[in-house]
Design a protein around this ligand. Structure first.
Ligand code: TRP
Ligand code: ZN
Length: 885
């Protein structure tokens, strides 16, 4: 048993490593249960370190075979070896060599960190601290080394042997049935970017010519037989490479770029230098197995990992507190890529939906943390929506504040100045302060203060004086460890709209002299707690369109009337705010309806809203956008809006009733849209065709909410005749919402057709886990016994258990606490197998304090039950304790 309690790591305690490792030569002989890892390290004292300090290498669960320094055995009194550490107290004050052999068991590695097996293949995952599960090392991102890796395996077990960089040699070992490959990566890198793969794999190959004319060999490796399903990923890769050259001036730097898809993977994908390893969910796609959303995600994740080659690999992080330096920036880059590949407005809406549903609750609850944290117990728990999604928003905001040109110059300066090094957020910001010639200290607060700021806006029109006044205030609630906040710099992109829907010309309306800058840029910089802006010569009360394009990650509260919102829905030139106005309108109605439902009555709905949706449907010129407008805020969105004393059952009731009212009110229009938006053959995953499918399916869903029997008939017909997974799963999703034999038959038929495709069965799990009926918990429990389910596989676990916990508001939050008990039990069962995934599941409790008392009491009891168990992993212990706060 471990008696050493995990100690918090603090940013303030950072000091450079006392030693550096210039070269690493690895010889890895793969074996299912006893892989031998020989590591030869060329070390030297770090001129910035403490002279004569002991050498302390990290390990995790390692078995050492031998250790040699400069070819000789060490005096036993000078060598301290445990599974978690290798320490040498007396070290030469000059360059020296260390040779270490360890033995690891990849088959027993259920954590999927370090060297493990996915099916019969061997693969690695080293970020953040997995390399220390392979060999003893200075496993920290500011130690950069050049790696040469020899991989040896039984040919029947692993015909394909892949490593980082370029393959420099390969051959067979006579008479043994074994072969080897040697890979060399000339770019110094931190250990978390190390990777190897060995297995029986199929592959597809292509090439890319960089703009300076170098040829790069591209390969994607998949389970044999799945090669065709990798074609879209390959296409996305080539488009990513071209885009990064064009938009950021970044060229690829090795002769080879390989991607391997595996089915057992803790997260989405990993940017290992020259050898990206992917969750196969983000590689494999055929029209019959993947939805349009899957295609879009594949494109985004392929781009994300590729873009890391510059933002993450060439320039890496000094320490793990700087995680957002690579992740926030790379998410920003992949968002921009997707916006360029598809509809910018629709992408922006989708990205903001994700930010609000995944990050806002984090910021509003006990797990709130800075985009750049200053302390952690377990770094795995900081791969969060705050670091990734809010981190990306900060980059977007920086660009809005300093303008496109200074932003691009700042990026160029960053690449020039920090290439080949391990950098910090301060290094990054300094580049933009320089190119924009602007003090960015206040902007930096976004990295150091957690919580979502609230911007409140009051307006006043003075008819006599013909002035229009905007009063803006900002505030931010306390978050764990941060009672008070300093004001943020908040860029509020805006415009004013006249009653006839035309934009008010801000130049000629003559604002206060001090505000001219704002009017020229259509941007208010809110830097203080309050700010007033007065517009002159405004002939009638305008409607303000604020926070256009979601120019800052804040909550906005305005006193706009319903009529104002409808003006925005109809006329705003900013599509994001057109969508937002419809969402705000729906949210207001739903929040009122929740109170009515709670009081035991049936809510009534406002005809004006339904007519506004009708106009949107009728004028639909961009189907994907229209689909977004007619999709109501989700139950979790409403829970967040309500904020406290949340009753998920009442929220569900209110939403069902509004959907029914819309479905009834727009019946003929929805049917017309459904019939007009037929899919073309053959299937194309492009944004325009996907948009038509999404509008068609959103229309069917609402139609069904209003006219159940007719709707189900259409859904069944679509389910039976669908040629694409998009249409098939949409129909099944609708059928699944309504209890009865047609649901069970459809679910059975779906399973029978797709039983062999694990990624498709995941969709089947998700649909069943999210049924808003009391029987669902039992269904989930019995599905856990289904042969297709395994708690060992993260995708299966996320699809069944994760979807229940985060996608089923009424049943996870069942009033009797059964959902909470169930999740607590699963987390405890999974923790010894895979603590990283277990901790992530547990974070479904993050909003427990905002629930009504009954549920809150049950949720707290479940969390306490987890926290009280002895021998928890640091991952689960950390989440349980912080959640209880
Ligand atoms: N760096 C990876 C990315 O964002 C994600 C990642 C971090 C990861 N840690 C991981 C993936 C552990 C799998 C397992 O692209
Ligand atoms: Zn990333």
């Amino acid at each position: 048993m471990r008696t050493d309690l995990p100690q918090p790591v603090r940013l303030a305690d950072y000091r450079p490593s006392d030693y550096l490792i210039d070269r690493v030569e690895l010889d890895i002989r793969l074996h299912a249960t006893a892989t031998r890892v020989q590591s030869k390290l060329s070390l030297r004292p770090n001129p910035n370190g403490v002279p004569g300090a002991p050498l302390v290498l990290d390990g995790d669960d390692l078995k050492a075979k031998y250790v040699l320094m400069n070819g000789a055995q060490l005096d036993p009194s000078n060598l301290f070896l445990t599974p978690d550490q290798l320490r040498i107290d007396v070290v030469p004050n000059e360059p020296f060599h260390l040779e270490i052999e360890t033995e690891v068991d990849p088959t027993a590695n259920t954590r999927l960190m370090g060297l493990y097996r996915s099916g019969s293949a061997y693969c690695t995952q080293c970020e953040a601290e997995g390399f220390r599960r392979i060999t003893y090392f200075l496993d920290r991102p500011d130690v950069l080394s050049v790696y040469t890796t020899r991989i040896e395996a039984d040919f029947r077990e692993a015909q394909v042997l892949l490593g980082n960089g370029n393959r420099i040699e390969s051959g067979t070992i006579e008479g043994t049935g074994r072969h080897y490959a040697i890979w060399h990566d000339p770019f110094p890198k931190p250990s978390y970017l190390f990777a190897l793969v060995g297995g029986i794999l199929g592959s597809i190959h292509d090439r890319f010519i960089t703009r300076s004319g170098r040829e790069v060999a591209l390969g994607i490796y998949v389970e044999p037989g799945k090669e065709k399903a990798a074609a879209y990923a390959m296409d996305a890769l080539k488009r990513s490479m071209a885009w990064d050259e064009e938009v950021f001036g970044r060229e690829y730097d090795l002769d080879v770029f390989n991607i391997v898809a595996v089915s057992d993977f803790n997260m989405g994908a990993m940017e290992n230098k020259g050898l990206n390893i992917f969750n196969d969910k983000y590689v494999l796609a055929l029209p019959e197995t993947a939805t349009d959303t899957d295609y879009a995600q594949i494109e985004a994740v392929i781009a994300h990992e590729y873009f890391h080659n510059w933002t993450g690999n060439r320039i890496t992080c000094r320490d793990w507190f700087q995680l957002c330096l690579k992740e926030g920036l790379t998410v920003f880059r992949d968002h921009e890529f997707s916006a360029d590949m598809r509809s910018r407005a629709v992408r922006r809406i989708a990205d903001v939906r994700t930010l609000r549903s995944a990050q806002f609750p984090e910021d509003a609850g006990p797990l709130a943390h800075n985009v750049r944290p200053d302390t952690y117990l377990e770094i795995n728990n900081f791969y969060t929506a705050t670091v990734y999604e809010k981190g990306a928003e900060l980059i977007r905001m920086l660009k809005v504040l300093i303008g496109d040109e200074a932003f691009r110059q700042g990026m160029d300066l960053y690449f020039d100045r920090h290439d080949g090094t391990a950098a910090t957020i301060e290094d990054f910001i300094a580049c933009f302060a320089e190119t924009a010639k602007r003090d960015l200290n206040q902007f930096s607060l976004w990295y150091h203060q957690s919580g979502t700021p609230l911007v409140q806006v009051e307006t006043a029109y003075d008819e006599q004086a013909q002035t229009y006044t905007l009063d803006l205030t900002q505030s931010c609630k306390p978050t764990p460890g941060q009672e008070t906040k300093q004001p943020f710099v908040i860029p509020v992109a805006f415009g004013l709209i006249a009653r006839d829907g035309t934009p008010v010309d801000l130049q000629s309306s003559g604002p206060d002299a001090a505000d001219e800058k704002e009017c020229a840029r259509d941007l208010i910089e809110l830097t203080t707690e309050r700010r007033r802006i007065v517009f002159h010569a405004v002939p009638e009360r305008p409607v303000p369109s604020l926070l256009r394009g979601f120019s800052a990650p804040v909550r906005l509260e305005t006193a706009l009337s319903e009529a104002d919102l409808l003006t925005l829905v109809a006329h705003d030139s900013d599509p994001f705010n057109r969508w937002q106005a419809a969402q705000t309108y729906a949210t207001r109605q739903l929040v009122r309806a929740v109170e009515v439902v709670r009081a035991g009555h049936k809510p009534a709905y406002d005809e004006a809203f339904i007519s506004a949706l009708l106009r949107v449907l009728d004028q639909s010129s961009d189907p994907a956008f229209t689909a977004q407008v007619i999709t109501l805020p989700g139950e979790a969105d409403l829970a967040r809006e309500i904020g406290n004393d949340v009753d998920p059952a009442a929220i569900h009731g209110a939403r069902v009733a509004l959907r029914q009212a819309i479905g009834e009110g727009l019946k003929p229009n929805l049917l017309k849209i459904y019939q007009a938006m037929t899919s073309e053959e053959p299937y194309s995953p492009d944004a325009a065709s996907a948009g038509r499918r999404s509008l068609r399916n959103a229309a069917l869903d609402l139609f069904c909410a209003g006219s159940r029997d007719e709707g189900l008939e259409l859904a069944l017909k679509q389910f039976e005749s669908a040629t694409t997974m998009t249409d098939k799963i949409a129909a099944l999703g609708i059928l699944t919402q309504y209890a009865g034999t047609s649901r069970e038959k459809a679910l059975e038929a779906f399973y029978a057709t797709h039983a062999a495709e694990a990624l498709v069965i995941d969709k089947w799990f998700i649909l069943q886990a999210t049924i808003p009926e009391p029987e669902t918990l039992n269904r989930v429990k019995s599905l856990m016994q289904h042969p297709a389910f395994s708690l060992h596989n993260p995708n299966r676990t996320r699809s069944l258990i994760g979807a229940f916990a985060t996608g089923n508001q009424t049943q996870f939050n069942a009033a009797d606490g059964s959902g909470y008990d169930f999740l607590a039990g699963i987390v405890l069962e999974l923790d010894p197998l895979n603590p990283q995934v277990a901790a992530r599941l547990l974070s479904a409790f993050r909003s427990w304090r905002s629930l009504e008392t009954g549920r809150r009491t049950f949720a707290e009891a479940a969390l306490r039950r987890v926290a009280g168990v002895a021998g928890l992993s640091p991952d689960v212990k950390d989440i349980a304790e912080r959640s209880l706060g």
